[in-house]
Design a protein around this ligand. Structure first.
Ligand code: HEM
Length: 145
């Protein structure tokens, strides 16, 4: 029996969302590893910088690949608390990234006075990023709607 066209579209969409979520969870595991391996600069710096870049371009990827107009405007999800909470958490994460880069630059110049700040902000980043991923997971559409 042929696969119904609409169903197929939803199915592949679901698999794509599942894939992106798995990818993001993998980058989280890598970030935790780089957090505890901060002394190994050759590992810590490229890993953290790459994850920051991935996070920066993730919204671009979503806009290009998802039917955001249908969800946000047609389904009026723009009015949902969950979307706004997710959005605000992303902004918090970006703000922490800016602060983290500023302290990282000082550490690289040999200024150790910011080490404790860099560490504390690092913990904040791990918490904020976990919450971003969790709220993203809760926004995934079920397949059979
Ligand atoms: C582009 C981004 C980043 C750069 C360039 C950077 C750079 C550095 C440098 C140079 C150090 C000192 C390493 C040493 O002791 O020799 C360091 C330490 C550290 N970084 Fe980063 N970092 C970045 C992002 C992050 C992020 C996102 C986190 C947390 C999620 C983080 C957590 C830490 C921690 C916990 C330490 C150890 C601090 C301590 O010694 O108490 N860093 N980082």
């Amino acid at each position: 029996m042929p696969w119904p066209a609409g169903r197929r579209c939803e199915e592949s969409n679901y698999i794509m969302i599942g894939g992106t979520l798995l990818f993001v969870i993998a980058t989280y595991a890598l970030m935790v590893w780089a957090f505890f391996w901060a002394k190994k600069r050759y590992f810590h710096i490229p890993v953290m910088a790459s994850i920051m870049l991935i996070d920066l371009f993730f919204p671009v990827y979503l806009v290009l690949n998802k039917d955001w107009y249908r969800r946000l405007i047609e389904q009026e999800e723009i009015l949902s608390f969950m979307i706004w909470m997710h959005f605000i958490l992303v902004l918090v994460l970006y703000a922490l990234y800016v602060l983290q880069i500023l302290t990282a630059r000082k550490l690289l110049k040999g200024d150790d006075s910011v080490r404790a700040d860099h560490r504390a902000q690092g913990k904040g980043i791990l918490i904020a990023r976990a919450l971003v991923i969790l709220s993203a997971a809760m926004l995934i559409e079920p397949v059979d709607q």
